[in-house]
Design a protein. Structure first.
Lengths: 254, 284
């Protein structure tokens, strides 16, 4: 079994507050893994370690080792743009850039290859491929010049996934991708994730346990910065090993 | 985009702004002609009357305010970008600057005028030359009628006051504008691998630009509002000039002001109804 993300004794502090305590986790390649747990337990923090966006806050200290695709991302020779190219991220609220749909999808490519000129036919093809794989091409093919921020929220969120694809990432991190969407939108995004799993490794933070059960193969339960249990989803929900997990998944807590 | 541009009210707005622009231009052309006429009249009669009209002071203020406040606004905007985007969030410089800036913004512009008089006049003593009678070097050339000739020390004093007055407003409003672009929105470009400059250019500035611009306008208007005070400071600097303000200039300038006010109302009503903008607010 291949692992795309491996951490070793990962600890993280925001100032004096320790948000992650000795987290050891192995994320399996090419499938959907979900992170569940009560608010403030470090799910999002863990997720944000994997593409090093946490560092943007000045007072963060990280210790331990994170290997992504076999490379420690805290090594000195790691280039952040390359890392973020390989590890895409989708946020809670859809946040497309305030430019056209077409340019949103090409944005990643343009910043990674500023010198290379992408010909019109090439870019048309890239946009069509990306939109087709998120099932948006039919809806948006006549709206490519529309400002992305004026689309429906569901379409915006799908677009946020689509714009990662031209960069050919290996891992896609999702931080509660459906919390701003209605049932229909949630369902659409989940279907999309299932369709794309295999090609990409998904790591999804969710508060919605039904969703975690529906979409993910493996599930991780976290509590107050510690990783409590990491097992196959069905096993974790039906026969939790740890009493804390049992409390949470059987809704006695959280 | 195209659909928005062809909305009737926005077409009206563009037309009104165009007319306002032309009227301002016309006003300045008339003013220039009037000034030239007055200057010529003075040369011909070679008699100088000691009348302190408003116009010379007003114009010399404009002459001062425009470049200085433009520079001060740019400086303030640049400072805000540095403070917000480059300094780490925990830096003490940010906290250190915050309260003086707030303080300077809240001071009414009248007090800046008093400050100018008190500090620069009484203590620094750099206004000493004001006392010399300006009549001596007027008669030969008659050039002194054109009010752009300045006493340089006063120029520097005023420039300092203006920088003190305009920069904090520009700084604060730009800071607010940059903060209005929420962190998750910025990060959408960061997680695609963009560097700081790319995020600024493609994401933050386009979203914050309207607010930065209106902040800059507010800062400039503060400078213009204080112009009247400065007339008091250097009233003895210009003793000659045309009597009163040429009527045509005022008429056209007033008309332009009215039109631009109307057009700004039109713009607001368009903002309220535009689906693009509401959708964007929603997504923020």
């Amino acid at each position: 079994m291949n692992y795309s993300i491996e951490t070793e004794n990962l600890s993280l502090w925001y100032g004096d507050f320790q948000a992650l305590i000795d987290v050891n986790v192995k994320i399996t390649d090419g499938q959907i893994t979900s992170l569940i747990g009560p608010s403030g337990c470090g799910k999002t923090t863990l997720l944000r370690c994997f593409n090093r966006v946490n560092e943007r806050y000045g007072n963060v200290t990280t210790k331990g080792k994170i290997e992504i695709l076999g490379k420690n991302i805290y090594d000195a020779d790691v280039s952040l743009p390359e890392l973020r190219k390989a590890v895409g991220m989708v946020f809670q609220r859809p946040n497309p850039l305030p430019i056209s749909v077409y340019e949103n999808i090409l944005f990643g490519l343009r910043i990674h290859s500023p010198v290379r000129n992408i010909t019109r036919t090439e870019s048309d093809q890239i946009v069509e491929e990306a939109l087709t794989s998120v099932f948006l091409w039919k809806d948006l093919k006549d709206k490519l010049k529309v400002r992305a921020t004026s689309l429906q929220l569901e379409q915006q969120q799908k677009l946020c996934i689509a714009r990662l694809l031209p960069l050919k990432p290996k891992i896609i991190l999702m931080d509660e991708p459906c919390s701003a969407l209605d049932t229909k939108g949630t369902l659409a995004v989940e279907e999309l994730m299932e369709a794309l799993a295999g090609t990409y490794t998904f790591l999804i933070v969710t508060h919605n346990m039904a969703q975690a059960r529906r979409v993910s193969k493996e599930c991780i339960y976290m509590f107050l910065g510690e990783l409590i249990e990491h097992r196959e989803t069905q096993a974790l929900f039906e026969t939790p090993e740890h009493p804390k997990t049992a409390d949470y998944v059987q809704m006695r807590y959280g | 985009m195209n659909a928005l541009m062809t909305r009737p009210e926005s077409r009206k707005k563009i037309a009104l702004q165009g007319i306002a622009f032309i009227m301002v231009g016309a006003a300045f052309i008339f003013l220039w002609n009037d000034l030239k006429k007055t200057a010529t009249a003075h040369i011909q009669t070679s008699s100088v009357s000691r009348i302190s009209g408003t116009l010379p002071s007003l114009l010399s203020d404009l002459n001062l305010i425009l470049p200085i406040s433009l520079m001060a606004v740019l400086f303030g905007v640049a400072c805000a970008f540095y403070l917000e985007e480059w300094l780490p969030a925990t830096s003490w410089v940010r906290r250190f600057i915050e309260s003086p800036v707030d303080f300077l913004i809240e001071i009414p512009s009248l007090l800046y005028g008093l400050l100018a008089i008190t500090i620069f006049f009484n203590y620094a003593g750099i206004f000493k030359e004001i006392g010399t009678p300006p009549l001596q070097n007027v008669n030969e050339s008659g050039l002194d009628v054109i009010p752009f000739q300045r006493n340089t020390t006063i120029f520097y004093a005023e420039a300092l006051i203006f920088i003190l007055m305009v920069t904090p407003v520009a700084l604060k409003t730009t800071q607010e504008a940059l903060r209005s672009v929420a962190t998750p929105i910025r990060e959408s470009a960061y997680v695609l691998g963009a560097n700081q400059w790319q995020v600024l250019a493609k994401q933050v500035v386009p979203l914050a630009f309207p607010r930065i611009l209106s902040g800059a306008c507010r800062a400039m208007s503060r400078a213009f509002a204080a112009a009247a005070l400065l007339i008091g400071i250097h009233i003895s600097d210009h003793t000659t000039g045309p009597r009163g303000i040429p009527d045509r200039f005022m008429l056209f300038l007033g008309g332009a002001l009215l039109l631009s006010t109307i057009s700004s109302f039109l713009k607001e009503s368009r903002l309220e109804t535009s689906p693009t903008v509401t959708a964007r607010h929603d997504s923020l």
